[in-house]
Design a protein around this ligand. Sequence first.
Ligand SMILES: [Mg+2]
Length: 250
Amino acid sequence: MSNPPNLITQVSKDGQLLNQNNSQPKRGGIFNCLCCCFSRKEEQRSDDYRKDLSLEPIVEGALLPPLGPEHRGKKTLVLDLDETLVHSSFKSIPNPDFIIPVEIEDQVHKVYVLKRPNVDKFMQSMGPYFEIVIFTASLSKYADPVLDLLDIHKVVKWRLFREACSNYKGNYVKDLNKLGRELKSTVIIDNSPSSYLFHPENAVPCESWFDDEADTELEDLIPILKEMSTVDNVRVFLDAHKRDGKMIYR
Ligand SMILES: [Mg+2]
């Protein structure tokens, strides 16, 4: 079965975007998303009050609430979902890691999900070093239950879905400026270069993953990301690495 109503934002094995964004993002969804992030009480706190409590100031209109005390001094690691951490299919596949029932127009579809090799180890390793944000162009009705099952180490702090993406020339772009975090402290890992079109300097390139059991991409990224968590400016760090040929420009 094909991807009903563009539920999942994926690329094909030849790198083509399978479902482009032909409509403006809906506003309702992001409101719902923000509702889970902000409490009304916190919204009402003044910057001065937050300062007294040594809390980060609220950035008006940001997709994320201020960095929590538990993440003070840490950088933000933005992770894509599909073909970066998992690969999902509406076609039955042998030995899926998860099967997610998703109701669309009164019909329940099964989504078969495969986890990328070493994804559990990767997430567990990154948890202590970063504030982790999953930022996916897929719909929450699919991605939310996937993340409930994927985040076994409970390291994902925030989840952002399609509604949080910016529509630019038919692409779902993940505009890091809107997160409410400093760009020098924000890293994005995404298999689709169009996702980080606005901020290639913040991107760690990542190969699309479908089913290769010998894939080591996530495990290979662990040491470089640990090193990155200690630098002053991730953009400078990434630029140097890309110049050295340690990372490939895409
Ligand atoms: Mg992807």
